[in-house]
Design a protein around this ligand. Structure first.
Ligand code: F0G
Length: 460
């Protein structure tokens, strides 16, 4: 008889330690919103019921990661924990130099301080906000060249994170001398958590080679991207994710990394690369602000937890559950008629606020309006990814972003299916109230990365 093949894809773990959640009333949440200037980043996390603000550093660590933390060796230089971390990184990403940082943006800052500068231009499928900010902070220009399908919320391309190779070729034909690096963000977070195909990575590599420009990965969600390659790309279905990841790494000259995502850490990151001279320059910058090269911005125990996390994240049972549980939320929202970015991405479901709140102009921030309503109605915290995040140019001018989305990012191994059923119910109720939701106006904002600290008020 054939083996029983269950339809239910269960969490391939059980719970070992629990954290309480506090239920609040709508009135309490309305008061919290006023105190927070309608910016969900300003809320106290204890006032949030299901926190889908980010999948970054918010996951549950495993028993084996906590055990590894006990093994952490805090020697300033040459700690055994450093070698365990370095080997775990190089097993998947065999770059010659691994430079540990406290998180992804520190790796970005170091890299772009070394290679950016006025007159330079950095293409990416889509820059994440910190990546863009770190490129622009050096005076360089950040250009997004994702394929046209990647800008359409409902197009069903299997690899919507792909780079527009013809557009990249055109840019390099004109300005290769100004391009210090081409970046590929896997998965494409700002574009909906969408994967990049192996074929596209190879095509980008070929263009980079023709113009002699290095290719770096922003590889935060590399394992999720590799799983999508396995699931969706011809000839990949039998491959081990570990091998797919190595193949991805082989295409690139280096990477920036936030270890708060797929490496299952609560903190951490790294910069890895092959170029000896650039690595030396980057290590010198590291010492200035992060720390000695064998710990960077991290404690020995963090390095241990990340090494263990890197072993766990490429497990097929984990990845099948991870990608399926994200799709579970996305599929259910579609069934109740809420417009979402499709196909469903790896780490998050992206609600199309512009399509849901058709009565609001993009400059009234429909994403912000939807995110505030999800919190008010059900204590669910998501994150606006739209005109608040991307609408202001370096010169201060204001324009609608390509899309106005609300991201419900799912922390790894943290919430159960009934938490997600609750989120689905909250979204359904908010969709019912959609025609009455107010737009927002910004009352106070900083010069850059305004979504973290700006204050808002509803526009009646
Ligand atoms: N690149 C991508 C694609 C990211 O998603 C992030 C962080 C970073 C770089 C920066 O890494 O936070 O460790 O400094 N993304 C988080 C998010 C914050 O919510 O998507 P970091």
């Amino acid at each position: 008889m054939a083996d029983f093949t269950p339809r239910t894809i269960i969490e391939p773990f059980r719970i070992h330690s629990v954290e309480p959640l506090r239920l609040t009333s709508e009135a309490q949440r309305r008061a919290a919103l006023v105190d927070a200037g309608y910016n969900l980043f300003n809320l106290r996390a204890a006032d949030v019921l299901v926190d889908l603000l980010t999948d970054s550093g918010t996951g549950a660590m495993s028993r084996d990661q906590w055990a590894a933390i006990q093994r952490g060796d805090e020697s300033y230089a040459g700690s055994p924990s450093w070698f365990i971390f370095r080997d775990a990184v190089q097993e998947l990403f065999p770059f010659r130099h691994v430079i540990p940082t406290h998180q992804g943006r520190a790796a970005e800052r170091i890299l772009f301080s070394a290679i950016g500068g006025p007159g330079k231009v950095v293409p990416n499928n889509t820059h994440f906000d910190t990546t863009r900010a770190n490129v622009e902070a050096t005076g360089a220009e950040a250009v997004d060249l994702v394929i046209p399908e990647g800008r359409e919320p409902q197009s069903d391309h299997p690899f919507k994170g792909n780079m527009d190779v013809a557009a990249l070729d055109e840019l390099l034909a004109e300005r290769a001398g100004d391009v210090p690096v081409v970046m590929m963000t896997i998965t494409n977070n700002s574009g909906g958590g969408q994967p990049v195909s192996m074929a596209n990575l190879l095509a980008v590599r070929e263009v980079c080679d023709r113009y002699g420009v290095p290719l770096f990965l922003d590889a935060c969600r590399f394992a999720e991207n590799a799983w999508f390659i396995r699931e969706r790309e011809a000839g990949m279905g039998d491959r081990d994710v570990r091998d797919i990841v190595r193949e991805i790494a082989a295409v690139a000259d280096g990477m920036t990394m936030s270890a708060k995502k797929d490496p299952m850490g609560n903190i951490g990151g790294w910069l890895a690369l092959d170029d000896d001279a650039l690595a030396e320059q980057c290590r010198n910058l590291l010492i200035l602000t992060e720390g000695f090269p064998t710990y960077g911005g991290l404690a020995g125990r963090d390095l241990e937890a990340l090494a263990q996390g890197l072993h766990e994240v490429i497990d097929h049972d984990y990845l099948r559950y991870r990608i399926r549980s994200t799709a579970y939320l996305g599929d259910a929202l579609q069934r109740v008629g809420i417009p979402v970015v499709t196909p469903i991405g790896g780490h998050a479901v992206y609600l199309d606020a512009r399509a849901l709140l058709t009565h609001l102009d993009p400059l009234q921030y429909p994403g912000q309006a939807l995110a505030v309503a999800l919190y008010e109605v059900g204590g669910v915290r998501g994150c606006e990814i739209g005109t608040v995040m991307f609408g202001r140019g370096p010169d201060g001018s204001e324009q609608p972003a390509a899309m106005d989305l609300v991201r419900l990012a799912i922390p790894r191994r943290t919430y159960t299916q009934s938490h997600m059923d609750y989120v689905i119910e909250v979204c359904d109720e908010v969709a019912r109230r959609a025609p009455d939701l107010p737009g927002y106006r910004i009352t106070d904002q900083p010069a850059a990365l305004r979504h973290f600290t700006a204050s808002f008020e509803p526009v009646p």
